[in-house]
Write a protein that binds this ligand. Structure first.
Ligand code: NAP
Length: 312
């Protein structure tokens, strides 16, 4: 049975902060706008407890900020729908977006699919995933009330989530491969002052170990001595960076060698009418605030692009 193809002016793939902001700008410019996501709107904000670096809010829960952005986008009639996008194909000036269940067409596609947690790739990681290994403190911290947990990584995510975990866990040990954190100074300051947090420096994690049922610890090599050591932990939270969610866009020839999407400062990719924004872009700083900035530009550029097409 062939699928019915619904037409829009703009299709935004990804309903994180950048995608929802693009939806605000596009729909406010009277463009018929569809936002597709394979999960609930909000993206990574849903896995963030407290956000304290988004202007206008001294501190706000991630899901609450997601609700406010969704409210703003729907106020201007942007439509939100479920859709796990499998591919985007070109058909003249139109782009055909195929999801697992439907097909859509528009002259503009905005890719706002963001990034996902990178796997550490050590023995035990997959085996104990969901049985002590986690990539989301907000989702899983409650399972480790009064237990010892470990966090792997030294970036913003590891340190922010380590601080969060310490509210429930008995202790949080951060295992980092260097002797300096990459995280923002304000997060570092909080972590160093946190009596429940401690650090294992210069440590290469080699395995997540367990009793066959659940995690019991993290094995690592002390880089100074070459010794193999273990941190006892009932839970291990892995935050070793992010990878772009761009598998569905390989055919378009718009990805760099690592899978990120380069754009110009107006969010244009190499393909006219296809824009990218937020964490999925090739960029240095991945924050809600700059995803929102990208989104405003992409929404406006979508309008300009459609105007140009209509003027031809
Ligand atoms: P990240 O900044 O790339 O940091 C990854 C951390 O994992 C680094 O400390 C890195 O070590 C370590 N690492 C990488 N590969 C490893 C491996 N194979 N084994 C052990 N350790 C490894 O990633 P992130 O913390 O997930 O942050 C992603 C982006 O989101 C960043 O742009 C970040 O600023 C942003 N973010 C912002 C906030 C906020 O503003 N509140 C919160 C969360 C995330 P090295 O330091 O040695 O490279």
């Amino acid at each position: 049975m062939s699928k019915e193809t619904k037409e829009y002016d703009v299709i935004i793939i990804g309903a994180g902060p950048g995608g929802m902001t693009a939806a605000v700008y596009a729909s406010r410019a009277n463009l018929n706008t569809l936002v597709l996501d394979r999960g609930p709107y909000g993206g990574q904000m849903n896995n963030t407890d407290a956000i304290d670096n988004y202007p206008g809010f001294l501190e706000i829960k991630g899901p609450d900020l997601a609700d406010k952005m969704h409210e703003t986008a729907t106020k201007f009639d942007a439509e939100f729908a479920y859709g796990d996008v499998q591919s985007v194909e070109l058909d003249g000036n139109m782009k055909v977006v195929k999801t697992d269940t439907a097909e859509y067409k528009a002259p503009v596609v905005i890719i706002a699919t963001g990034a996902d947690h990178r796997k550490l790739g050590v023995p035990g990681e997959e085996e104990y995933s969901g049985r002590g290994v986690s990539y989301c403190a907000v989702c899983d911290a409650a399972f480790f009330k009064d237990e010892d947990v470990a966090v792997i990584g030294g970036g913003d995510s590891a340190i922010e989530e380590g601080n969060y975990l310490s509210q429930m866990a008995k202790s949080v040990t951060d295992i980092h491969r260097r002797d300096k954190l990459r995280a923002q100074p304000s997060l570092q300051k909080r972590a160093f002052a946190n009596p429940k947090m401690s650090f294992v420096w210069d440590a290469n994690t080699t395995a997540i170990v367990g009793d066959g049922q659940k995690v019991t610890g993290v094995e690592y090599i002390d880089k100074d001595t070459g010794e193999k050591k273990e941190v006892k932990a009932a839970g291990v939270f892995i935050y070793v960076g992010v990878v772009p969610q761009t598998a569905a866009f390989k055919n378009l020839g718009i990805l760099d060698e690592k899978g990120w999407i380069p754009t110009d400062e107006n969010m244009h990719t190499k393909v006219p009418g296809i824009f990218a924004l937020g964490d999925v872009r090739q960029k240095n700083l991945r924050q809600i605030a700059n995803a929102v900035g990208d989104g405003s530009i992409a929404g406006q550029e979508a309008y300009n692009y459609i105007q140009d097409l209509n003027d031809k």
